[in-house]
Design a binder for this molecule. Sequence first.
Ligand SMILES: *[C@@H]1O[C@H](CO)[C@@H](O)[C@H](O)[C@H]1NC(C)=O
Ligand SMILES: *[C@@H]1O[C@H](CO)[C@@H](O)[C@H](O)[C@H]1NC(C)=O
Ligand SMILES: *[C@@H]1O[C@H](CO)[C@@H](O)[C@H](O)[C@H]1NC(C)=O
Ligand SMILES: [Cu+2]
Length: 140
Amino acid sequence: MAKLKSILLLLMAMVVASMEFHQSAAREHVVGDSFGWIVPPNDDFYIIWSLHNVFTFNDALIFNFANGSHTVAEVTKEAYQNCDAGNPISLHTTSPARFTINSLGNHFYICTIGPHCNSHQKLAIRVTPTANNSSALLPH
Ligand SMILES: *[C@@H]1O[C@H](CO)[C@@H](O)[C@H](O)[C@H]1NC(C)=O
Ligand SMILES: *[C@@H]1O[C@H](CO)[C@@H](O)[C@H](O)[C@H]1NC(C)=O
Ligand SMILES: *[C@@H]1O[C@H](CO)[C@@H](O)[C@H](O)[C@H]1NC(C)=O
Ligand SMILES: [Cu+2]
């Protein structure tokens, strides 16, 4: 019985250790870096930002903005293209807004305040299975 207990404890320790490993493997991406989430100074600002980042399963996006001035909605590709805030997948209204990336493929985010999205306060990212061919970063 004592042996069974110690085996169970060992198994639990291994599970916790692997969870910590996966947490440390995930990255946090501060959208727009020090500019944060704003009406951008130029139209391709968030496109360029996204090209400088590699997004992987379990990473997090952090949107920093002044409460009340902006929002972040995850939307479909069509809503992103049309700046349609009508039926978002999810909506965050307070900063910092944190989105954990829990599916692969393309993800789209817009600000729902006034004409901000039409002024290019919108972000599209592509989430790849691995950041850099490293099997350690594969989702399990
Ligand atoms: C925004 O509001 C939330 C909830 O009231 C608060 O926790 C947060 O600190 C505020 N963020 C900023 C940037 O003021
Ligand atoms: C990918 O791996 C290569 C070689 O190991 C390294 O030079 C590069 O910086 C890595 N890129 C990322 C995004 O981790
Ligand atoms: C990484 O992936 C790229 C594109 O799929 C491939 O061309 C390259 O050979 C891979 N590198 C390694 C070290 O697996
Ligand atoms: Cu805005």
